[in-house]
Write a protein that binds this ligand. Structure first.
Ligand SMILES: NC(=O)c1ccc[n+]([C@@H]2O[C@H](COP(=O)([O-])OP(=O)(O)OC[C@H]3O[C@@H](n4cnc5c(N)ncnc54)[C@H](OP(=O)(O)O)[C@@H]3O)[C@@H](O)[C@H]2O)c1
Length: 265
């Protein structure tokens, strides 16, 4: 079966890595082997790598809610050469941000972001999720959605207490029916997100939870592109292990530290 765009992009990232390796091999081969059959074999390998790398790597990312978290991720993903469409209820206010990000960034409505994205990031106050899930249901259906949203009763009202009790994996899945949901980037503060991206190793870990294995792979790639190390915690039911009030929540951890804290293998 032909992989869809997000999955092709993940494979393409691997292809780029393979291409870099093979290019190195070609230079070594050319220097060491001179001419002859070994050099021809090396060239054949290089050409195979080039063919594998020919598919485009960028993913189109629709961003619904381009505030502290959504705006920071937009910048990090544009730096990784992904086109982004920034949206909110007042998209005009996002124009200066989009302009500062350059030609890979543009502004639109939440509907346009949902339609644009191979992947859609939703990063709004938690109380907005039910309305977004219902009004954009058709456009979001079947799409990979990264959900950063955390319920805060003081901001979101009583629905936040219910979501905390239920766990955000289950609650968000209810509010966003039909999407390939991954909980992501909810457990890191926006200042750390901006400051610690691409820090020297060890990278900061970002916990992920989702029920769709292919969507998780795509999310892992986007976490790496943003300059962090993904750690898959498990299915959506396990998202509660990095919800508000848990040890990993807003605690800067490396991947081994996060795995140890959550007793992951
Ligand atoms: N701040 C953090 O450090 C942090 C860390 C991890 C997770 N989170 C969670 O991630 C989410 C976003 O946090 P944030 O700090 O980035 O919030 P923020 O700075 O207040 O940004 C929220 C964005 O959502 C937009 N928005 C609000 N209601 C909307 C709706 N109904 N439809 C479309 N867009 C809407 C807002 O723009 P308009 O008002 O113009 O529509 C704004 O662009 C929250 O759930 C938060 O709890 C935050």
């Amino acid at each position: 079966m032909r992989p869809n765009a997000p999955e092709r992009a993940v494979r393409s990232k691997h292809a780029h890595a393979a291409w870099r390796l093979l290019r190195g091999a070609w230079h070594v081969g050319a220097a060491v082997l001179g001419s002859g059959p070994l050099r021809a074999a090396t060239l054949a390998l290089v050409l195979a790598g080039a063919a594998a790398a020919a598919e485009p790597a960028p993913l189109k990312i629709g961003i619904i809610g381009a505030g502290h978290i959504g705006g920071t991720l937009a910048r990090l993903w544009v730096q990784a050469e992904h086109p982004v469409l920034l949206s909110s209820r007042h998209p005009g206010e996002l124009k200066p941000l989009a302009d500062s990000l350059g030609p890979l960034a543009r502004v639109g409505s939440p509907l346009e972001a949902a339609r644009f994205g191979d992947v859609v990031l939703i990063s709004v106050p938690y109380k907005a999720l039910p309305e977004i899930g219902s009004s954009l249901k058709d456009s979001l259906a079947g799409r990979i959605v990264l959900d950063t949203c955390n319920p805060y009763p003081e901001r979101d009202g009583p629905m936040a207490d219910a979501a905390r009790a239920e766990g955000t994996g289950a609650a968000s899945a209810r509010f966003l029916p039909g999407v390939r949901l991954v909980r992501a980037f909810n457990a890191i503060g926006y200042r750390d997100l901006a400051k610690l991206a691409h820090r020297p190793p060890p990278l900061v870990a970002i916990p992920l939870a989702g029920d769709d294995a292919a969507a998780l792979r795509v999310a892992e790639g986007l976490v790496r592109d943003a300059g962090f190390e993904p750690v898959i915690v498990g299915g959506l039911a396990r998202a509660r292990e990095f919800d508000f009030g848990t040890y990993p929540y807003t605690h800067v951890l490396t991947a081994p530290e996060l795995r140890a804290a959550l007793k992951l293998n």
